[in-house]
Structure formats: C-alpha cells, structure tokens
Write a protein that binds this ligand. Sequence first.
Ligand code: HEC
Length: 170
Amino acid sequence: MAGEDGKAGVRKGLSIVVLAAGLVVLAIAAVVLWRYAGTGAGPAGGAVRIDAGDAALVALGRKVYAANCAACHGAGREGEPDWRSRKEDGTLPAPPHDESGHTWHHPDGMLFVITRSGGQAVAPAGYESGMPGFAGTLTDREISASIAFIKSHWPPEIRRRQEQITRQSQ
Ligand code: HEC
C-alpha cells in the first residue's frame, strides 16, 4: 500500500513539472505572438517567402522602392557612402541592397519584419537603428514587393544562397 502511495506521489510531482513546463512554453508563445502580431511573420520572419520571380510583384516593388527606399538606400541600391562606419549620432548609415551589402544574409521573413516594423524591431536592447518601419505607410504586399524588387537584382549565386538561408530559417 505504501508503495502505491509513493508512486502516486511521484506521478503527482511529475504532473506538476509537466504543467509548469507547459506554462513556461505558453508564456513564451504569448510574448512572441504579441510582439509579432499582425506581421504574419514569426520572430525570424516565420513562413514568409518573397518570390523575386513574380514579375508583377517586382514591377510594383520598383515603384515602391523609388518612392520609399531610394532616398536612403540609393536609386541603384548602392547604400550610403561608408555604410559600415557609424554616423555622429551613433546610428549606422543605410547599407546597400545589392550583392556588396548585408541584406542577402537575412532570410525573407527577417527582411519583411525589418521593413514592416523597422530596424529597432529586430535589434538588441539599447541599439538604435536608423531604419524606419513602414507598417503605417505601405501595405504588406507593397513591403513584399519592395523586397522582391531588391532580390530580383541579385546575381543567381547570391539568390541561391539567400534562398537557402530562408529555407534554413523555417
Ligand atoms: C530614412 C532612411 C531609410 C529609408 C527611407 C529606408 N531605410 Fe532601410 N535602412 C536604413 C538604415 C539606416 C538601415 C541600417 C539600420 C541598422 O543597421 O541599424 C537600414 C536597413 C535596412 C534593412 C536591413 C539590411 C541589413 O543588412 O540588415 C533592410 C532590409 C531595409 N533597410 C529595407 C528598406 C526598404 C525595403 C525600404 C523602403 C520600403 C527602406 N529600407 C527605407 C535607412 C532607411
């Protein structure tokens, strides 16, 4: 009989551990969902895929880019001069979006989140990013389009590598 009680005790202990672990998972999920609510993208951009082979999307992106991104990132996606050195206010200049830049090192979802919510959304605490968010100005399709336009100019090898980075992030 005593053995039975012991087993029941262990079972009870175990179920408390399972319950506590479940609560921790739920709490983390809630924070993640709250932070990225409405983006359709997870922390690293989740399931977002942006098709640079979609001619209509790229054509829209060309217009969106010229009107909203070129002022900082350059009409030819060349970025600001000396883009790796901080400015006087401590922020970094706008980087190029061509293959010489850093943009292609990020998966599609991350590029989407940065453009939608701003650089601050993915930056560590205390980091100040000069990249504004476009959630209030552009629709999600326009945001995807601007990225599709950028991607469509990368050489095939860079496109292949960035596609792999996107696949690995999902
Ligand atoms: C007011 C200037 C400004 C405008 C306008 C702007 N950006 Fe940026 N963007 C920046 C700066 C500055 C950074 C670098 C931020 C950092 O490193 O903290 C950046 C970074 C980025 C990055 C991250 C690149 C990387 O390698 O991490 C992406 C993607 C991006 N911008 C896309 C866009 C798109 C798309 C548009 C237009 C819809 C746009 N930006 C408009 C200033 C701008």
